[in-house]
Design a protein around this ligand. Structure first.
Ligand code: S3P
Length: 435
């Protein structure tokens, strides 16, 4: 299959975004670890999240859907039962790394696997600290999948200074620390998304956290809760940029998650002179949400510093696209972590941008994108996605400003995070076709 993204004259209209991926994983896992029935609305029904859901079912948790609400019958921190087969997490680093923390403290063995991409991704980052906590966890010689966990006598308290900025690692340790006698303390050099902390608090955990430190104190149980998941900001990001770079566009994205640890992209785009307005702010549980109004804009180049990176790590590919249609050279510091995502995103984007005739280069370790301004119209081409959803969606957005069209290969990968991308984009006026 190919996704053909054609020149799109203008984008207009309003949409609601499906639930946030990070929060959806956490909502399912926390509900499964609570006591009683939790109800989840606006769960992201992507392949990644559904793999986490299926793994929880294989571990003895009853989950069913009725009238668009997911019901999860939680069994407490240690109430899971041994799965008959391997637990398969598909493309999802989040599902697998978070569940490794959960399974480290169960009294049965587990084997965790994933697709080709996940099987190549680094797992030492969770194996080292979970082992320090007393977990019996190992992987291949190269610290890649499958992960094997065997029951351990005790999970110990830990004070862990994170060597890399990763919310997945932080969260994995917090899940392993649930129900333990002593505290789990994690210190971060750069703040990462705090959805786990907020969700734990919502479920009644004894937890305190700041931008640089989180401490989980002895917590005996989670109370079952009703959860409504905010719209996914990382999914919204594609349409935000699409509206900014096309002409005469005005779109409204409703009920989007605005957690401060996720929205550095908005700050950057505003610094670039993007016309973006937030209205209707409110909270869903512990998460802030609002509506985002976006109008076409003449963008100027941006500068992303190392401290900004964890907050917009998933939005860097689409920010490269925005930068391509900005005036001037955009500069990105310390973005090496992009090489360890669902694909080597830096390489994938460099290759695609080259086909757009956008010049990119490194200057003293800073990645630079030479923008060509809003009126830049390039000729069509075919682009590899490396089966990476965010690469596919980034070039689908670029295609809306193409003289003719971009052909996007293996667009099925979009379903890992945003199965509704093509239909919602078309509703806003993106000229997408599949063949
Ligand atoms: C996520 C954290 C980020 C992000 C991923 C989702 C999460 O990964 O890239 O898409 O839900 O915790 P890292 O924490 O590994 O940077």
């Amino acid at each position: 299959m190919k996704l053909i993204s054609n020149f799109s004259k203008q984008l207009n209209g309003e949409i609601n975004l499906p639930g946030d991926k990070s929060i959806s994983h956490r909502a399912l896992i926390c509900s499964a670890m609570s006591e009683g029935e939790s109800r989840i609305k606006n769960l992201q029904e992507s392949e990644d999240v559904l793999n986490t859901l299926e793994s929880l079912k294989s571990l003895g948790i009853e989950i069913f859907k009725k009238d668009n609400v997911f019901f999860v019958l939680g069994k407490g921190f240690k109430g899971f039962t041994e799965a008959k087969d391997d637990l398969y997490f598909g493309n999802s680093g989040t599902g697998l790394r978070l569940m490794s923390g959960v399974l480290s403290q169960q009294n049965f063995p587990s084997r965790l696997t994933g697709d080709d991409s996940l099987s190549k991704r680094p797992m030492k980052r969770i194996i080292d600290p979970l082992s320090k906590m007393g977990a019996n966890i190992n992987a291949s010689k190269e610290f890649t999948l499958p992960i094997n966990i065997i029951p351990s006598e005790t999970i110990k308290s830990i004070i862990y200074e994170m060597p890399i900025a990763s919310a997945q690692v932080k969260s994995s340790l917090l899940y392993a620390g649930l129900g333990q006698e002593k505290e789990t303390k994690i210190i971060e050099k750069s703040a990462t998304r705090d959805h786990t902390e907020r969700m734990f608090e919502y479920f009644g955990a004894n937890i305190s956290y700041t931008d640089s430190e989180v401490t989980l104190y002895k917590t005996d149980k989670f109370l079952a809760r009703d959860i409504e998941i905010p719209g996914d900001f990382s999914s919204a990001a594609f349409f935000i940029v699409a509206a900014l770079i096309s002409k005469d566009s005005k779109i409204l994205l409703k009920n989007v998650g605005l957690n401060p640890s996720r929205i550095a992209l908005l700050k950057k785009l505003k610094e670039m002179d993007g016309d973006i307005e937030i209205t209707n702010k409110k909270n869903l549980g512990k998460e802030p949400v609002g509506d985002i109004l976006i109008k076409s804009s003449y963008l100027k180049a941006c500068e992303v510093s190392s401290n900004d990176v964890p907050n917009l790590i998933d939005e860097l590919p689409i920010l490269f696209i925005a930068s391509s249609f900005a005036e001037g050279v955009s500069k990105f510091s310390d973005i090496e972590e992009l090489r360890h995502k669902e694909s080597d995103r830096l390489l994938a984007m460099e290759k695609g941008l080259k086909k757009m005739n956008i010049n990119t280069f490194f200057k003293e370790n800073i990645f630079c994108v030479e923008g060509k301004g809003k009126d830049y119209l390039f000729s069509g081409f075919e682009v590899e996605t490396y089966f990476d959803h965010r690469i596919a969606m980034s070039f689908a957005v670029a295609g809306t400003n193409c003289k003719d069209s971009i052909n996007i290969l293996s667009p099925e990968c979009i379903s890992t995070s945003f199965p509704e991308f093509i239909s919602l984009g078309s509703k806003l006026g993106c000229k997408f076709e599949t063949s």
